[in-house]
Design a protein around this ligand. Structure first.
Ligand code: SIN
Ligand code: MN
Length: 282
């Protein structure tokens, strides 16, 4: 793992743009291990669920609330990743959840424009003091539906969200107007790159009509001081046990499917995430 600390200019870019791309957060060996492990993880697969994208496709993802002892957990708990989240949020953070976005070749669905805080707001979180680290498992390109962001849109604050398909999407009148003033950026990424983005950054992605899968793992962190005031399907403040970066490789192929029933217990069932109400969106 690339021992990482964000520089002053990266932190400035995050504050200004609402995101910062950190190339090579995971080295090729680590991200190769992550990809192989995830694709062979039967339990991860069995817990995946779909959500209609309103464009005739379906997104697929698996989601878990506590980081666990798996390779996924070692990444989410690693000093480098957590350290960057702490720099961004200005203090102690805890793991809010992680998810594997499984945008499969040919059939991977689209994500509608949204802000994560558009729905996390419903979970009793008072401030948008959360950040997500999206780690490219596969190379992400325009062709396979890479993440798109509107640069600087986090400065609009929270926009109203409504259901589109099964997904909670941002009010499109606002998004359209915002796109007339701010830049739309396709965030193309190499495997192992990490994109940190603000909870109020507008983002979406296209369907994957290409031959290449586009999986990514997103680790979401909340500031410890921003403990939700009520229970929801994601955890309230829970101290995060950081690990040395070297633990990622040591975890090897440790996955939900291996003798780790206690880890698998943290996978969130579809019924608890379905977006029949906005507060249950991932
Ligand atoms: C998300 O917003 O959780 C996923 C978006 C993507 O990776 O395409
Ligand atoms: Mn999102």
């Amino acid at each position: 793992m690339n021992s990482n600390q964000l520089t002053e200019s990266q932190l400035k870019a995050y504050a200004e743009d609402g995101y910062v791309l950190v190339p090579g957060m995971l080295d090729p060996k680590e991200v190769g291990m992550l990809g192989r492990t995830a694709r062979e993880d039967r339990v991860l697969d069995q817990h995946s669920f779909g959500r209609a994208d309103g464009e005739g496709g379906t997104v697929r993802l698996s989601l878990w609330n506590h980081p666990t002892e798996t390779i996924y957990g070692m990444i989410a708990r690693s000093e480098s990743l957590v350290g960057c989240a702490e720099q961004i949020l200005g203090g102690e953070v805890y793991h809010y959840h992680s998810k594997m976005i499984m945008k499969d070749a040919k059939i991977g669905g689209a994500w509608a424009w949204h802000q994560d805080y558009g729905y996390w707001y419903q979970n009793g979180i008072l401030f948008p003091d959360l950040t997500s680290a999206s780690i490219a498992v596969d190379k992400a390109t325009k062709e396979n539906g890479c993440l798109q962001v509107i640069r600087g849109s986090h400065k609009m604050g929270r926009v109203d969200h409504v259901l589109t398909g099964d997904q909670a999407g941002a009010d499109m009148e606002r998004v359209t107007k915002c796109l007339e003033r701010l830049e739309l950026v396709h965030v193309e990424m190499e495997p192992g790159d990490a994109l940190f983005f603000h909870a109020n950054l507008l983002h979406r992605s296209d369907q994957n009509k290409s031959e290449q899968p586009r999986w990514s793992m997103i680790c979401c962190y909340n500031a410890a001081r921003n403990d939700p005031y009520k229970e929801s399907h994601h955890p309230r403040y829970t101290p995060l046990q950081k690990v040395a970066d070297a633990e990622v490789l040591k975890a090897g192929t440790k996955r939900f499917g291996d003798n780790s029933d206690s880890d698998a217990a943290w996978l969130v069932a579809e019924k608890d995430t379905s977006a029949t109400s906005l507060d249950k969106q991932a």
